[in-house]
Design a protein around this ligand. Structure first.
Ligand SMILES: NC(=O)c1ccc[n+]([C@@H]2O[C@H](COP(=O)([O-])OP(=O)(O)OC[C@H]3O[C@@H](n4cnc5c(N)ncnc54)[C@H](O)[C@@H]3O)[C@@H](O)[C@H]2O)c1
Length: 199
């Protein structure tokens, strides 16, 4: 029989957790005992607008099921504020799931600088900002896990997604590099996308 994974007393930040895969990650971690920061900007799929509704709804679901969660409505570009929410409410941060995402598909000929920049800022810069803010806390704790949500488009490319492919490829690279910067403190696990600070 498979043993159920538990995350009791772990604090998990899931970005873009107001919908889709992020919502599912947040509910899954909470059901297994984690305290969850449900981050979501609550805008449209192309990066327009913002709202607190999406994150609030997922927090309400977690609380109704007897779990612990708090909402954060910042863009992932504001990583420090997201990690501050974890520290203010739960005093630590053990796991970061860099999941938030938008799409601005277009053939490369028609792609605007804005299409390129917005996708880069959410997927690549956002993951960097949240990870950068969590990193010293994880080192101090002697424990941490970072999970980057990449995509097959980042490996193989996809028509109309030069911007997305570029950004997702960028999420695969850092976990191969970051651990090498702090030898003995951080080790890599699970094929490029996840790395950890061992206890
Ligand atoms: N769905 C797929 O088939 C698939 C495949 C490969 C990779 N992915 C990746 O998985 C992740 C989740 O995809 P999904 O299909 O669940 O997407 P989704 O659109 O359902 O959810 C993404 C969430 O991110 C939030 N978000 C967008 N910009 C944000 C920002 N700046 N700051 C904080 N939150 C922000 C949105 O409000 C939304 O709730 C994305 O990174 C996506 O690129 C998805």
């Amino acid at each position: 029989m498979t043993e159920t994974l538990r995350f009791d007393d772990r604090v998990v930040v899931v970005t873009g957790a107001g919908a889709g895969l992020g919502r599912s990650h947040a509910l899954g971690f909470a059901a297994r005992g984690a305290k969850v920061v449900v981050n979501d900007l609550g805008g449209g799929g192309h990066g327009e607008g913002k709202s607190s509704e999406a994150a609030d709804q997922v927090v309400a679901e977690i609380l109704a099921a007897g779990g612990e969660a708090v909402a954060n409505y910042d863009s992932v570009e504001n990583g420090e504020s997201i990690i501050r929410t974890a520290l203010d409410n739960f005093d630590r941060v053990d796991v970061v799931v860099n999941n938030a995402g938008i799409l601005r598909d277009s053939s490369f000929a028609k792609m605007t600088d804005e299409d390129w920049d917005m996708v880069y800022r959410v997927h690549a810069l956002g993951a960097y900002k949240v990870t950068k803010a969590a990193w010293p806390i994880m080192l101090e704790q002697g424990y941490g896990r970072i999970i980057n949500t990449a995509s097959a488009a980042g490996i193989y490319g996809n028509f109309g997604q030069a911007n997305y492919s570029f950004a997702k490829r960028g999420l695969i690279g850092p976990p191969t590099h970051w651990p090498l910067k702090v030898p003995g403190k951080v080790s890599r696990s699970m094929l490029l996308r996840r790395w950890r600070v061992p206890a």
